[in-house]
Design a binder for this molecule. Structure first.
Ligand SMILES: *Cc1c(COP(=O)(O)O)cnc(C)c1O
Length: 306
């Protein structure tokens, strides 16, 4: 693939750091607990979203596509990231949104402000994504349409997510990250040493079903040493309670890192419980990935100290 897209230098990869967490926070139970601050890559196109989008957008540009179309819910980090990058790349952009929003969520309003055209569809129509007939109907309505699946969940998304591995040194025994579609976990599993254990924390109920979605996309030589945890969903995707909020405030006070309410807070909550329950060896070195998503905190901003 050509890399002709100078105008795609919209993020700040040089700002990404690995930050040690306070040993007091994890009770000195492991040798190290570090956080890869992918959230610092960009305030809007944050964390893993940039990696899943970049090769998709390069592909679309190199092949003369003029319009991007993708899918998401009312709080989707993927939608706003796509809206922003499409505008920067000079592409038109359509967001297919599940459900009706007579009043736009802050995320959807930002999408509109970035020039994204929103189409609201029923749950049934939304589930049709990926069906060739429906995609042909859509393609006929728009100029040179390139469709990115929900969550950037395609081959370019997985390959792009694999680029995150360049930040991950071999001496980490465990890599922890939050999982939505599993695209990021797949990309990282395929590009890291099979000796490193990958822990995926799913923020929705019964998220373990994702195992069968992830497996077919893994390189057979890397389809080992990974596991999903789905018990820390706090009632389901997008749900939270006061305990989670005070956990986030406490985490910020101790480590000076803001977490998001949908993904990374639930991962860190689960990880701390596992640590407390002696899930790890004292010699283990853990890298947690901050996949971003802080724009989604807007709806709980008044309850957070940051
Ligand atoms: C989208 C998102 C995820 C999930 O990524 P997948 O590749 O879909 O598994 C995790 N964390 C944050 C902050 C996200 O916005």
């Amino acid at each position: 693939m050509k890399t002709t897209c100078a105008n795609m230098d919209i993020t700040h990869e040089d700002r990404v750091v690995i930050q040690p967490l306070s040993p007091d926070w994890y009770g000195h139970k492991v040798a190290a607990l570090h956080m890869l601050r992918l959230d610092l890559v960009h305030p809007i196109v944050s964390g893993n979203k940039w990696y899943k989008l970049r090769l998709n957008i390069m592909y679309a540009q190199d092949h003369g596509f003029k319009t991007l179309l993708t899918f998401g819910g009312g709080f989707s980090n993927h939608l706003i990231a796509t809206a922003y990058t499409a505008r920067k790349a000079g592409l038109a952009c359509i967001g297919v949104v599940r459900g009706k929003y007579p009043v736009l969520t802050p995320t959807l309003q930002h999408c509109v402000d970035e020039g994204m055209q929103l189409i609201f569809v029923t749950k049934e129509d939304y589930e049709k994504q990926g069906e060739p007939e429906w995609e042909q109907q859509l393609a006929a309505q728009f100029d040179e349409l390139y469709i990115i699946p929900e969550g950037g969940d395609n081959e370019w998304g997985r390959k792009g997510a694999g680029l995150i591995s360049k930040f991950i040194k071999h001496d980490y025994t465990h890599i922890a990250l939050s999982v939505g579609s599993g695209t990021t976990l797949t990309g990282i599993r395929n590009k890291t040493s099979p000796a490193q254990h990958i822990m995926g924390f799913v923020p929705m109920k019964q998220g373990n079903y994702l195992t069968s979605h992830i497996e077919p996309h893994l390189d057979p030589t890397h389809n080992t040493n990974w596991q999903l945890f789905d018990e820390w969903h706090f009632g389901g995707f997008g749900k939270w309670n006061d305990e989670l909020l005070s956990f986030m405030n406490d985490f910020y006070n101790t480590n000076n890192i803001p977490l998001d309410i949908i993904y990374t807070s639930k991962m860190m909550y689960g990880l701390r419980q596992l640590t407390n329950e002696n899930h790890f060896q004292p010699t283990d070195k853990i890298l947690c990935i901050h996949t971003g998503g802080l724009q989604g905190n807007e709806s709980v901003q008044d309850k957070l100290f940051y």
